[in-house]
Design a protein around this ligand. Structure first.
Ligand code: NDP
Length: 455
């Protein structure tokens, strides 16, 4: 065999797996034909957060008057922002490739396709490998409606030649609410069209409600309970027709309606690798596919599609295969943040999930953050703990508000360690911060899940 391990895909999962495996002494090859660093680095988390930060400066300039500053805000230069973003992303992407070089992995800047259980076609070259890892990630999808080709997806949003004046965004998941915040903060009139009554299905109800209010306070026009019917082109403009009969005239229609695993034309059938109805590679708890020597990591398995999960899977798999240290990753208590404006962050169970298991004490607080008592900006924060009545363990922590992702990372350690409400209560706060609210929540807001206990 040419290699001990061949990794298909140079994103967060693939690069980590290849690098660690090579460090353990394996003969490793990795192929990537588009973006070293994958979606996260090139057209995902990293550039998205830079755009979020760009938007924050505008609001801060407005806020400053409340603190005595006389700042006259000029126009925003979208072209300059994208050029600066491209420079940074180019640097980061290069770094990912360099790390692999340093680890002595064989790098193919090419597309790889399986031709059999142990054979691959890599940019026209025949290669054999003992073990293979599929780490090809996913792609954003459009809805199947007339005129769908007139809309864009998140891949395109990072390269728009001009900042649109009006944007209509479809969906209310991570990408929809993040880009709604970005475009609104940079001055666009934003319409958010979604089929649920509240954004972010699957998240805690209070968090979703607080986010809905925050999006409204940011001036975003919300269209809950709506489905798009078709998109029409009117010259350079677009008309988005909804099932209610209402039409939105806009400059840009943005599909943020989910992502699909990138498994087409990979030769999975030739190699005997099973996929599910959504096209995701089916894996067991050791990330093994239906072929015992072929593994899959990251979004291509469509389980918990978050970069740090993908990276952790890549690392664990390399350690298990070549480091003499078999281990797997727990998908419980994985913290996550949505970089809306303000951001939402969460770890553990929502109130609804926890209450389905048994009675829980719920603590909720809502307040105006200190900064905005002077800035005058209409901004509220929401913080919440969900506590198991029987054990006192904190099962879930949720926050909408500035710095919530930074705060939630620390709380996640507490939840992973099994902290109880009493542990939170005996922790001294840092004053004056928003974070201290999490250790001073004394008054129970309500009890949930009692019905379940009585059954
Ligand atoms: P999500 O799955 O989060 O959201 C998809 C949205 O599209 C939902 O609002 C969904 O509605 C809606 N939708 C799907 N199908 C239809 C349909 N047929 N008609 C109308 N609406 C529809 O996907 P995203 O594209 O936002 O993001 C993909 C994934 O990428 C995320 O789930 C997350 O795992 C990851 N991600 C993580 C980020 C982070 O960590 N900050 C940032 C961006 C992405 P409904 O809720 O009703 O199903």
């Amino acid at each position: 065999m040419d290699f001990d391990l061949f990794v298909i895909g140079g994103g967060s999962a693939g690069v980590r797996c290849a690098r660690i495996a090579a460090g353990h002494g394996a003969r490793v090859a990795i192929a990537e034909d588009r973006f070293w660093g994958g979606t996260c680095v090139n057209i995902g988390c990293v550039p998205k957060k830079l755009l979020v930060q760009a938007g924050e400066y505008g609001a801060w300039a407005d806020d400053a008057a409340g603190f005595g500053w006389q700042i006259r805000k000029g126009p925003h230069d979208w072209t300059a922002l994208l050029a600066a973003k491209d420079r940074e992303i180019g640097r980061l992407s290069g770094l990912y490739r360099k790390l692999l070089d340093g680890a002595k992995a064989t790098i193919f800047d090419a597309r790889a396709r399986l031709t059999g259980p142990h054979t691959l076609d890599v940019g026209g070259r025949h290669v054999t490998a003992e073990r293979i890892v599929i780490a090809t990630g996913g792609h954003p999808t459009r809805l199947d409606i007339p005129g769908a080709e007139l809309g864009i997806v998140s891949d395109d949003a990072f390269y728009l030649p001009n900042m649109p004046k009006r944007v209509a965004i479809l969906g209310s998941g991570y990408i929809a609410v993040e880009f709604a915040g970005i475009f609104a903060a940079l001055g666009a009139a934003v319409d958010l069209v979604y089929r649920q009554p509240l954004p972010l299905r699957g998240f805690d109800h209070d968090l979703r409600e607080a986010l809905g209010e925050a999006l409204g306070a940011q001036g975003i026009a919300l269209h809950p309970g709506c489905l798009p019917e078709r998109i029409e082109a009117h010259g350079a403009h677009r008309r988005l027709v909804l099932n209610s009969g209402h039409a939105i005239d806009t400059d840009l229609v943005f599909f943020a309606t989910g992502r699909r695993p990138a498994t087409a034309q990979l030769g999975l059938a030739e190699a005997g690798v099973a996929v599910n109805a959504a096209g995701a590679v089916i894996v067991d708890e050791h990330l093994r596919s239906s072929q015992p020597h072929i593994f899959a990591i990251g979004d291509v398995t469509d389980r918990l599609n978050l970069t740090p999960v993908a990276t952790a899977e890549g690392h664990a798999l390399a350690d298990s295969l070549f480091g003499g240290r078999p281990r797997s990753i727990s998908l419980a208590n994985v913290p996550t943040a949505v970089f809306s404006s303000p951001p939402a962050a969460t770890v553990g169970l929502s109130e609804e999930q926890a209450a389905a298991r048994g009675p829980v004490d719920v603590y909720v607080t809502k307040f105006t953050p200190m900064r905005h008592t002077l800035s005058g900006r209409a901004r509220r924060s929401m913080m919440k703990l969900v506590v198991d009545q029987a054990s006192g363990r904190v099962l879930g922590a949720h926050m909408l508000g500035e710095d919530s992702p930074e705060i939630m990372q620390g709380l996640a350690i507490a939840l992973v360690m099994g902290a109880t409400k009493a542990d939170f209560d005996r922790t001294i706060g840092i004053h004056p911060t928003a974070a201290e609210e999490f250790v001073t929540l004394r008054t129970r807001t309500r009890v949930a899940g009692e019905q379940r206990a009585a059954e």
